[in-house]
Design a protein around this ligand. Structure first.
Ligand code: HEM
Length: 187
């Protein structure tokens, strides 16, 4: 599938973390909040690129088309989108100060941006600094990593338990053998 916007890795984005050259990454969250917020924001980007009519195609480009086409426009799996913004030229003007923005470089800044309670006009302003998308194929989604670690943890616990309690099944087998032996002798 063609990519409609430029892709950056988080490592690349993290290299732009000075007051002269500052990039931030927003919307990299897994969750229902991302579903509506993100597709709306993403389609605005496509409009800006004069690609409004191909928004379905555009929003699918990280997935296989067949899967995406079966969803309605709002039900994409859009948590895969993380957008990169070059806000270097805005730092000095930022009403909240440049330090708060600089502190969010090199990671997903969605929470910080949302928690600041930005107005709609601030969100629209943000869109003017859009430069591309994060290449999520190179990024580990923390939530998924945690759940896979949890699963691995459960298997390990089961193994440990089996190791510690090996005496129980051995005792059961032993007792059954003795009972069987006595029974046969009685016969
Ligand atoms: C992600 C990092 C960011 C953080 C932590 C942050 C934090 C804040 C805070 C704390 C304020 C309130 C300042 C005050 O009134 O005392 C504020 C206001 C504001 N910020 Fe940010 N900001 C961030 C990024 C941005 C970006 C990227 C833009 C736009 C390109 C932006 C636009 C604005 C605007 C316009 C206001 C004025 C209030 C409003 O219209 O919402 N901010 N920000």
């Amino acid at each position: 599938m063609p990519t409609l916007t430029k892709l950056y890795t988080m490592q690349e984005a993290a290299q732009h973390s000075t007051p002269q050259d500052c990039w931030i990454v927003i919307d990299g969250k897994v969750g229902s909040w991302a579903v509506s917020g993100l597709s709306l924001r993403y389609s605005r980007q496509l409009e800006a690129l004069n690609l409004a009519n191909s928004s379905l195609l555009g929003a699918c480009h990280l997935f296989d088309v067949a899967k995406c086409n079966s969803y309605s426009k709002r039900q994409f799996v859009p948590w895969e989108y993380s957008l990169v913004y070059d806000v270097g030229s805005y730092l000095e003007e930022h009403p909240g100060g440049d330090d708060v923005i600089l502190a969010t470089t090199g990671k997903d800044a969605t929470d910080e941006f949302e928690d600041a309670g930005h107005s709609e006009s601030a969100k629209e302003l943000l869109e003017t600094f859009f430069i591309g998308e994060l290449d999520l194929s190179a990024t580990v989604i923390p939530e998924l990593e945690i759940s896979s670690k949890k699963q691995a943890g459960c298997t390990q616990k089961f193994k440990d338990l089996t190791k510690q309690n090996w005496a129980i099944p051995v005792a059961v087998i032993g007792v059954s053998v003795v009972i069987g032996f006595l029974y046969l002798r009685k016969k």
